[in-house]
Ligand binder design. Structure first.
Ligand code: 5AD
Ligand code: SF4
Length: 407
């Protein structure tokens, strides 16, 4: 019945930001496909256009705001609401009926959703990362009742969100092990928009992996903001395997559980944090025939003073020693993330960052210019590195990394 009802509905999901968002969009699309929707690339062809957004840098937010603005005509809402209209029609579209659904969902919804709901009357659906599973139902409600919906609740995600089997890349599945983050790096908006760290249960993670294997998928990526923070007490997960009966399951235990599954052939994970990456993890990586010998280990900055201001919990020396352990024990490749132009960063501080890049010869590096984010600790510091200096430092590192990657 439901499938029939939705059989002509078309949804267009655009994704911005990190791998977590890529997976969230995939899971969301899976829910739509199971309800009989068709996925389309062109927003013009869609009944519902959803932007699954990122809030990590201001630049990404600006892009989304301008895309949302450009959808006004497409939406079918014919005129701008006056202030009086806004009050009278709180929660309602002026022109009921044929309006498209224009949805702002994910991290930017949590960050700027309220303001966009006020300012852009044609945006009729706004949903936080925790409530993505509700979107198909909200769309039905909007269509039936001609209302606008904003749901910014932050709570534990429901397992139903991961229930669809749809995968973008054949043979490959990303599996979320945790959402949110409680590390509070001073520049990072993630704890504010995705909430504190919440762990999926080992039994749910393992059954999602098993479901993928039963569909012929052999490559798995485990996803979390800081995978090393995974630690769950008494998982009570009965199985033949020893590691499934552990009292406490940490990330290395979880990785072993996935590793032990027949049919899984290749495993990697994103993202470990240097402050709690252990030799235990390296030993498992070294022993395993399935875990890829690649580590994405963001160092962010090379100066100890800046690392302290960033609340990163390690020094340059400790980071170098960790990579040394990795190279000795695992012998694999590494990648990283870097921020230039953090408040008060001097040329000398920057040279420490450059030094790490030169020394460690990363396979790949994502290099960003610092962007102050609302509600973060660093936002209280003056953003005092001039834009042209940020750009210069950014260009220097990009050039250096290009040479290293091409060597
Ligand atoms: N400004 C610039 N880059 C940032 N990142 C996170 N927050 C900010 C910010 N406020 C970068 C970090 C992180 C990556 C996902 O984005 O390098 O590892
Ligand atoms: Fe991903 Fe963070 Fe951007 Fe959200 S804010 S999409 S978690 S990088």
């Amino acid at each position: 019945m439901e499938n029939k009802l939705n059989s002509k509905r078309k949804v267009c999901i655009k994704t911005f930001g990190c791998q977590m968002n890529v997976r969230d969009s995939e899971a969301l699309l899976g829910l739509f496909l199971a309800k009989g929707y068709k996925s389309v690339d062109n927003p013009k062809d869609a009944d519902a256009i959803l932007l699954n957004t990122c809030a990590v840098r201001a630049h990404a937010e600006h892009r989304v705001r301008s895309i949302l603005g450009s959808y006004k005509k497409l939406s079918g809402v014919r005129r701008q609401l006056s202030d009086g209209d806004k009050k009278r029609t709180e929660g309602r579209n002026l022109k009921p009926g044929n309006c498209k659904i224009i949805g702002l969902v994910g991290c930017m919804a949590a960050n700027s959703g309220k303001e966009i709901f006020e300012r852009m009357p044609h945006v009729n659906l706004i949903v936080s990362p925790a409530k993505l599973h509700k979107i198909p139902a909200y769309i039905e409600k909007i269509k039936k009742e001609n209302i606008r919906i904003i749901d910014l609740e932050d709570k534990e995600r429901e397992e139903i969100f991961y229930s669809a089997s749809y995968r973008i890349k054949p043979g490959y599945a990303q599996v979320v092990i945790s959402t949110g983050c409680s590390n509070y790096c001073s520049y990072c908006v993630v704890p504010n928009v995705r909430g504190g760290l919440r762990l999926r249960k080992p039994k749910d993670i393992i059954s999602e992996v098993k479901r993928n294997v039963s569909l012929g998928i052999k490559k798995i990526t485990l996803l979390g903001q800081n995978v090393n923070d995974y630690r769950i007490e008494s998982c009570g997960f009965a199985s033949d395997s020893k590691s499934h009966r552990l009292k406490t399951v940490n990330f290395v235990d979880l990785l072993k559980m996935v590793e032990e599954l027949d049919g899984v052939e290749e495993i990697d994970f994103l993202t470990p944090h240097p402050k709690n990456t252990t030799k235990e993890l390296f030993k498992l990586m070294a022993e395993s025939k399935k875990i890829k010998k690649y580590l994405h280990l963001p160092f962010q900055a090379g100066s100890d003073r800046i690392l302290r201001l960033m609340h990163r919990g390690y020094t340059k020396k400790e980071y170098l020693a960790l990579v040394d352990d990795y190279k000795t024990i695992v012998g694999g490749t590494i990648g990283t993330d870097i921020i230039v132009g953090f408040p008060t960063e001097t040329e000398e501080d920057f040279l420490h960052t450059k030094d790490i890049l030169e020394k460690l010869r990363f396979m790949g590096a994502y290099i960003f210019k610092y962007s102050p984010r609302p509600g973060t600790h660093a936002q209280k510091l003056k953003d005092d590195v001039p834009q042209r200096i940020k750009e210069k430092r950014h260009a220097v590192l990009l050039e250096l990394q290009k040479k290293i990657s091409n060597a």
